[in-house]
Design a protein. Sequence first.
Length: 454
Amino acid sequence: MSAPWTTPSQGQQRLWIAEEMASEGVYNVPVGLRMQGDLNEGALLTAIHGIVSRHESLRCLLRLDDEGRLSCVIQEPASFGVEQVDLTGIDDATDRLAEFAVTFSRRRFVLAGEVLRIAMVRMAARDYVLLVVGHHVVFDDWGVALFFRELEVGYAAACQGSEPDRLLPPLDHGYAELAAAEQSGINSGYLERQTAYWSDRLAGALPCELPLDRPRPIVPTGSGVPLFFSMPDPFGTHLMKIGREHGATGFMTAVAVFHALLRRRTGREDITVGTPVSGRTSAERERLIINMVNIIAIRSQLPGKPRFVDLLGEVRNAVLGAFANQDAPLGDALGRLRARNPQGRPADIRLLFELQNTDSHMGAFLGVTDDLPVFAGLHTSAYLIPDMTVRYDLEMKIAVTGSGRLEGLLVYSPDIFEEDTMRALIDEFQAIIRAVVRDPFIVTDEAQLSMGDG
């Protein structure tokens, strides 16, 4: 049984269209968690069903109505099932798990039938892998972290025979309130003013592209290759400290390093990089599992050979302006720029940079932080699904741990880049950090960098 709801958000509508045009699995958000120990399977299933019952977004199916309009239908909680896979006693269980995980995580979502799928794979008597795959219409990094925080609470409660809802804050803000806020922003002209900001800010900007190792395919495969890297303490700590001394946040400082890298790699002075923002602008929104993420653009245009501190100041101002206008969909502004100049190439975002919040489970699932979910009696570890997806030319995520260690993940498109090229890019990124830590007044564009020693 299901109940009709209302028109999906504009973000969901855009993702529905994008899914129709994308390669298989590009908009899937997969997460794997290995759980070793005395798992209470019944309690885990109860906790999962509790989350699905609590968040109607996880049961929201996107369908075209009789008039061709996209609408949302909310399924009853009982309709959701967890797939059970038993690989115990199989000699090549590890290989079979990898094959299943790739197939399960990359399989295209038919959004008229599901937006979330979960599988429990039993590897041995005390060894399980939980695979959770949500479509991007409901899952972003914040939503994934929230899912697993509620799973911790729900599992503990189910093990004790109590109700998890008594331990979680009520959801007094949902789809209706989100739709009302969105419409209010449209009616008041608030979103129009922000869109105009982006149209002006990105006027004349070209896509920031790294030199390619092979021609860009007409239809990208969406496959991504992950490369991990790290720098020991004190590099992360010192980099953040330099930012504070010059009135910048850690995020601004890390983005400035990335801009410095791109200036060197492209030979350009005009650099535009994308970064995600959560869209959680209130406590009520922070409790919702639904995709609210938006991409904003950080553009720097310093001419000549600036010192790093000068580039940092430029990036700082760009970040402040971007975050003040973070609610407007960037695609709307880019669409306007295309309409103004049909022959031009507006600054489509090709490169994504993100400083991971070390309190977010998502960073741990990606291998850049250590904050994994905790379940009584179980040891948990991230299970990295072998075949990753990437929606940009490359995505770089870094985090600075409590000890000051800098951890990073670069996911790149093998359609256009060779692994050696990307490893060299990582080496240069780290070399710039080492140079900046030694002297923040260095001219990074022309500095002789020491590669591969940290």
